[in-house]
Design a protein around this ligand. Structure first.
Ligand SMILES: [Zn+2]
Length: 392
């Protein structure tokens, strides 16, 4: 079929849509609903069936689908409509919500993570709707809430049994295709002590902060050990203590201490095993010092994931990139955690991450995405859709 994707996917259409999305603030405090309402009109105008799915009060997902005339494979686009907060606005050299384009770069919160990507997806779907009279299979677009915090949006997609044969997650993928990513475990560790006047303090005292110090030393050792483990797609696992609080005042022996830990996991690691091993290490210390009573409290677990290179979606995206960019893409793994793991591990939908921009430009001051990357991604998405919807 002679369809000239490169001349028909227009830069302006993508940037206009991306700009409109950036202009609607949607961090975890508010705005996801407004983004959904805006997208609802855009997607309806393409001729798609569109509905919102309330996940939390006033915080919906948006879903759109179009079914072809004949049976075939279905492809799901997954993009999150929330962003991280802008942080200190004084530090931005541009207004984070004005979505200006300067020197080929589109600036603003969510430019690369990932409202730009959502625009690229939708313009690719538009290309199909405008240029194909008939196709096989199904296109599903899912704009999900709360990816940056809990993943509840994509969780809901999976729970409500919104299915596809394969999916593409449009997070910035550093000009690569990611078929794996690390997982994230957040938990709190507590130690305890005996409250006493500080003048009573000696090496026998039961001080929660001193107790925690011993566990922190152990965590530091564990961190070194993790550095020696290597996964060829995502690198090594890690452990970070991001917060510490404890005690009441300098003249009181501390009776409690808490640290918050972030543990990045590999696809082959199981969260339960990780926790068991940690408890075992701490219990060994406690067996020689009874003061080291501790409590491990899980906050969030988001799993790591890996999809086989032979999966159709990996090969289809590889072929599409190859055709559009004229280069064989690197297939690798991402260090950050995304909703891909929910689609794959819980939804049984083989997925990859491919999207415009670079992960290092996300979550930053003066976030931007290069316009040419938006266009390139949109063309790749269009090519991918063509290949899947026409050939199966
Ligand atoms: Zn993201």
């Amino acid at each position: 079929m002679n369809l000239d994707i490169k001349s028909k996917i227009k830069e302006e259409e993508i940037t206009n849509l991306a700009q409109e999305l950036i202009k609607i603030p949607s961090d975890e405090t508010a705005g996801e609903k407004e983004v959904c309402e805006y997208l609802k009109n855009v997607l309806k105008s393409l001729g798609m069936k569109v509905w919102l799915q309330e996940v939390l009060p006033n915080r919906p997902n948006i879903i759109a689908e179009v079914v072809g005339d004949k049976v075939g494979k279905s492809l799901m686009f997954n993009g999150h409509i929330d962003t991280v907060p802008i942080g200190n606005i004084e530090k931005w050299s541009v207004d984070p919500y004005s979505a200006i384009i300067k020197n080929g770069k589109l600036f603003g919160r969510g430019a690369t993570d990932m409202k730009g990507s959502i625009a690229s997806m939708i313009i690719a779907i538009k290309f199909i709707m405008n240029n194909l009279e008939t196709f096989n299979g199904k296109i599903i677009f899912t704009g999900v809430m709360a990816e940056e915090t809990t993943g509840l949006g994509t969780q809901k997609i999976v729970e409500e049994n919104i299915k596809a044969d394969m999916a593409i997650v449009g997070e910035p993928s550093d000009e690569k295709i990611y078929r794996a990513h690390k997982g994230t475990m957040w938990f709190n560790l507590f130690t305890y002590g005996k409250l006493e006047h500080s003048s009573e303090s000696n090496s026998e005292s039961n001080n929660a902060i001193m107790n925690m110090m011993k566990l922190i030393t152990e965590i530091n050792e564990i961190g070194k050990e993790l550095e020696t483990i290597e996964n060829n797609l995502v690198g090594h696992p890690s452990i970070n203590i991001g917060l510490i609080e404890g005690g009441t005042k300098q003249n009181m022996i501390a009776d409690s201490c808490k640290i918050s830990i972030d543990r990045r996991t590999l696809p082959e690691e199981k969260p339960d095993d990780i926790l068991d091993k940690l408890r075992m290490r701490f219990n060994e210390l406690r067996s020689v010092d009874d003061r080291l009573r501790f409590n491990l409290e899980i906050d969030t677990i988001r799993e790591a994931v890996e999809v086989a290179e032979s999966e159709q979606i990996v090969q289809e995206v590889k072929n599409a990139v190859n055709k559009i960019v004229n280069k064989v893409p690197t297939i690798s793994g991402m260090k950050a955690t995304t909703d891909m793991s929910i689609l794959v591990n819980q939804g049984n939908i083989p997925a990859v991450i491919y999207g415009p921009g670079f992960i290092k430009q996300a979550h930053t001051i003066d976030e931007f995405v290069e316009v040419k990357r938006l266009v390139e991604s949109s063309q790749v998405y269009a090519k991918l859709l063509l290949n899947i919807l026409m050939n199966n």
